[in-house]
Design a protein around this ligand. Structure first.
Ligand code: KIV
Ligand code: ZN
Length: 503
């Protein structure tokens, strides 16, 4: 049996069904192009009959993706299949994915159909879909709660009708890994004609088992997994593509996917930015903390040998490196390393002194940033960096063009800059550019509330490009414009302060 596992990405269809995640057709095309670069095999671009916008999106994706197969979803109804067929007309490679529910509860209460009617509709749908494209996928919705005998029957009939891919969804995330493994194995062994088709699974995450269920299904013989970027999707979401791909790579390397894992993080951020669905901090593989270590014991281990606490190289998923978060649990080893990275060489005596001050600061402050460390080091060991400091700022915003006035201090001198821009943050950052003479291109910009309440501290993380050099900055304040300015200055100082005196 082939060890190649096809990745069927449904971010643009099931993922878009996440509450609040709706995407325009332009945004879908941007994501689809990135999915193509990422190396997914199939892109399920939408449900064409569901709305005119969805129809347009599937058509637009079909026209712009050249490598991956583009797929449209259709219930087992003539109008759905016709719409999918039309939307996919110009795709280089296309697939219609048609489905009908097969579980007793769905057939009785939702469809109000007998088994015979469900069977007849499924066969008719697959035959009709086959007239629009050669590749037809059939899903038995709620398969994991369906009767096995009926599943075998309907799958045998749709294979005869021309289905090439048989998908077994755990629609409500009810199954568990050994059960899913057993079901997939049972179907492959008992369905006549199973050797002619690819078995696929589509697992939801209601019990947090979607990735585990998908992996178990692969072990049982499934050779397609359906998943979404960041695991977004209906309710608790779908199986996360990045988790499945990395779990196979790390634990079951005999199974190959076509994914270029170095594109994972970039894709995750793109999907999060365009859907507005945040990635939880501790999310496996792509969460902010996935490669961050705070405890002293872990930091010490990671500094000595990354594999002590990391099973994946961050670079393998497109993250530049692991982070040692400096906080109250951190130890000397991490502080020494950060000081070194910031250009300071410390003796044991100096380290002891700074470490004591750092611990006092970490007890008071939720996050200790690089700028805080630099301030501590410079206070103790003299010498100023050649960087800028914020003196004051004013921003006038409203219906007219926002305007910002920013005063920065450098080497004891005050510099003033003013600028207008697209919003208060844009104008403030442009005012800083007018002082430094360096025009920064904002590549990433994230605002996060790090404390609760109306006076919450906002944390801004950004990445800027100055003359081709990419630098990042992070800062926090109760005023997000101030946090943005401080984060920007901290990034700028990494460029202008490159000549910082090494101690
Ligand atoms: O969850 C599900 O069953 C689905 C089907 C349409 C495949 O999304
Ligand atoms: Zn689903």
């Amino acid at each position: 049996m082939s060890e190649r596992v096809e990745i069927f990405d449904t971010t643009l269809r099931d993922g878009e069904q996440s509450p609040g995640a709706s995407l325009t057709s332009e945004q879908k095309v941007i994501i689809a192009r990135q999915l193509d670069v990422l190396g997914v095999d199939i892109i399920e671009a939408g449900f064409p009959v569901s709305s005119q916008e969805d129809f347009r999106s599937v058509r637009a994706v079909a026209e712009s993706v050249k490598r991956a197969t583009v797929c449209g979803l259709a219930r087992a109804l003539e109008k759905d299949i016709t719409a999918a067929g039309k939307a996919l007309k110009r795709a280089s490679r296309k697939r219609i994915h048609t489905f009908i529910a097969t579980s007793p509860v769905h057939m009785k209460y939702k469809l109000r159909m007998s088994r015979e009617e469900v069977l007849a509709n499924a066969v008719r749908a697959v035959k009709l879909a086959g007239k629009y494209c050669g590749e037809v996928e059939f899903s038995c919705e709620d398969a994991s709660r369906s009767e096995r005998k009926f599943l075998v029957k309907i799958i045998e009939e749709v294979i005869k009708a021309g289905a090439k891919i048989i998908n077994i969804p755990d629609t409500v995330g009810y199954s568990y890994p050994s059960e899913m493994e057993d079901l997939v194995r049972f179907l492959i062994e008992n369905v006549r004609g199973s050797e002619k088709v690819i078995f696929s699974v589509h697992c939801h995450n209601d019990l947090g088992l979607a990735t585990a269920n998908s992996i178990s299904s692969v072990l049982a013989g499934a050779r397609q997994v359906e998943c979404t970027i960041n695991g977004i999707g209906e309710r608790a979401g779908n199986a996360a593509m990045e988790e499945i791909v990395m779990a196979l790579k790390v634990r079951f390397p005999q199974f190959k996917t076509g994914i270029n894992t170095k594109q994972i993080f970039r894709t995750s951020r793109l999907v999060s930015n365009l859907t507005g669905v945040f990635v939880q901090q501790n999310k496996a593989i792509v969460g902010k903390n996935a490669f961050a270590h705070e405890s002293g014991i872990h930091q010490d281990g990671v500094i000595k040998k990354a594999q002590t606490y990391e099973i994946i190289k961050p670079q393998d998923v497109g993250i530049s490196g692991s982070t040692l978060v400096l906080g109250k649990h951190s130890g000397r080893a991490a502080l020494l390393k950060r000081a070194r990275d910031l250009g300071f060489k410390l003796s044991q005596r100096q380290l002891n002194k700074v470490f004591a001050e750092f611990k006092r600061l970490a007890d008071k402050k939720k996050n200790v940033y690089d700028d805080d460390i630099v301030a501590l080091l410079e206070k103790d060991f003299g010498g100023r960096s050649s960087g800028y400091e914020l003196e004051s700022f004013e921003v006038v915003t409203g219906k007219l063009n926002p305007i910002a006035l920013v005063k920065l201090k450098k080497a004891g001198k005050i510099f003033t800059g003013t600028a207008t821009g697209d919003g208060p943050v844009d104008s403030a950052l442009k005012a800083i550019d007018s002082i430094s003479g360096k025009s920064g291109k904002l590549l990433d910009y994230f605002v996060n509330a790090i404390t609760k309440g109306k006076d919450a501290q906002g944390e801004v993380r950004l990445t800027v490009q100055f003359n081709g050099e990419k630098v990042s900055g992070i800062s926090s304040s109760t005023d997000i414009i101030e946090a943005s300015i401080l984060a920007y200055i901290s990034a700028l100082n990494k460029v202008v302060g490159a000549g910082r005196k090494k101690k």
